[in-house]
Design a protein around this ligand. Structure first.
Ligand SMILES: [Zn+2]
Length: 451
């Protein structure tokens, strides 16, 4: 009996002992959370971060930290992904992405993108003391001599076998795919393109596209194809391509039963499709001087208005006319111009295509970090909901890159990449630019001076 009493005392003693208080490296308290999964906003959440990861999310978080961020009246969203960029100077470009909350980028080839240059950029993206997004990338371009992109952007840094692969016959593809499979490439970048500008050339033969898809399957490497019109879209789908890196130039007609059937076939592959509407906006930027005055632009971006030459304006008006004609549009304002593309993107989104945001940064008037926010605004102008747009820039991107187990949303166990905002992004998507703090890997990142 005495022994039983002792036992009871011991048990009671244990259960009364105060729970150990968890020590966090950082706590963001009492914030409005938009977690990136597409779920509605949750109010008054506290987030506990430790060793770079989100450890706990709760209304009443038990724990303490030496570093607190007061989230009262603020909004927390996941770090953003720009899933179509190019760079020829990553040390200069990367901090600008982080300034705007873009904590991950997907590089889809480029004239400097040798295996060694990719490794250098990845390494830069892995650290968290110098501002840099995490770096994901495709293989080098699989293209052909005299075709896009080296035709469009001539440079002596396009080197066959190093920064680009010029396919000459199908036999060569086996070895090239085997080579790229040895590196952490997300997939194979392949270009099906007869332009994009005159003089037009012959497109890559179907046999080359099919062979690349087939060889990629041996190593679990999907193809990320560049297409820029409906003919190329059809080629890509018929050849078994799994992902598309552009939307520009595609026109979906829900009344076209052949196309609808083709897209349904494509959908079965769980494809990802990157938007890149910023291409169109950047091409016509020279015609809209007021765009350069946005307060959210870094001074060096605003200063690019000085680079608007007569030639740039001439090119821009040519493109604007071509664009309006191809969609049969009358107005020159962005909502009118973007509506046809956004309607198509919404159509695909609603049918379960994994739609992902990208900008094709690399050309003029397409601004590292800032233009991802412009891309989001273009989608909203065309009628998409902020919640959907944010998911395209976060969780959908992580899914495409096969890292959704650790990135893309604010959930316990994931890496702590996030942005604290002063305004509600669900009220207007431009509020994603009201950034107060950018966090990568649980660490507050250095932002630029915006004066
Ligand atoms: Zn590109």
């Amino acid at each position: 009996m005495k022994q039983l009493a002792v036992l009871i005392v011991i048990i009671l003693g244990f259960s009364c002992r105060p729970e150990p208080v968890t020590e966090y490296d950082l706590i963001i308290s009492n914030v409005n959370l938009v977690d990136g999964t597409g779920s509605p906003l949750k109010e008054a959440i506290s987030v506990g971060i430790k060793e770079g990861k989100i450890r706990a999310l709760a209304k009443a978080l038990k724990g303490r930290s030496n570093t607190y961020l007061d989230g009262s009246g603020k909004y927390l969203i996941p770090g953003l992904f720009d899933c179509h960029i190019h760079t020829i100077d990553y040390q200069k470009d990367f901090p600008k992405f982080v300034h705007y909350g873009v904590t991950s980028v997907f590089i889809t080839g480029g004239s400097l993108c040798t295996d060694a240059y990719y490794a250098e950029m990845r390494e830069h993206g892995e650290q968290d003391s110098i501002p840099s997004p995490r770096v994901f990338h495709t293989s080098q371009h699989f293209s052909m001599e005299g075709r896009h992109p080296s035709k469009t952007y001539p440079s002596n840094t396009w080197r066959d076998g190093e920064s680009i692969f010029y396919l000459k016959d199908t036999l060569q593809i086996e070895g090239l795919v085997q080579h790229v499979s040895q590196f952490p490439n997300i997939g194979i970048k392949l270009t099906i393109e007869d332009g994009p500008s005159p003089p037009f050339v012959e497109r890559m033969p179907m046999a080359f596209v099919e062979k690349t898809v087939k060889e990629g399957e041996k190593y679990g490497l999907e193809v990320f194809a560049h297409v820029s019109d409906n003919v190329e879209l059809e080629m890509a789908i018929r050849a078994g391509v799994q992902n598309l890196v552009h939307f520009t130039g595609i026109d979906i007609d829900p009344q076209d039963s052949v196309q609808v059937k083709l897209l349904a076939e494509f959908r079965k592959r769980n494809p990802s499709w990157i938007t890149t509407m910023m291409i169109d906006k950047s091409f016509i930027y020279p015609l809209y001087p007021e765009w350069f005055t946005a307060e959210t632009l870094l001074p060096e971006y605003r200063a690019q208005s000085k680079r608007v030459t007569q030639k740039a304006k001439w090119f821009a008006s040519g493109y604007l006319n071509f664009y309006k004609e191809s969609y049969g549009l009358n107005g020159d304002d962005l909502p009118t111009l973007m509506a046809p593309q956004v309607q198509d993107i919404q159509y695909l989104y609603d049918r379960g295509f994994n739609m992902v945001l990208g900008t094709d940064i690399g050309g003029d008037f397409n601004f590292q970090g800032h233009s991802l926010h412009e891309e989001m605004q273009l989608l909203e102008m065309g009628g998409m909901q902020p919640l959907e747009i944010l998911k395209m820039g976060t969780l959908n991107a992580a899914k495409m890159l096969r890292v959704d187990d650790e990135l893309g949303s604010i959930e316990a166990g994931k890496l702590a990449d996030m942005i604290l905002l002063d305004k509600n992004p669900l009220e207007a998507i431009e509020n994603t630019l009201a950034i107060t703090t950018v966090i990568k890997n649980g660490k507050i990142q250095q932002r630029r001076n915006n004066k």
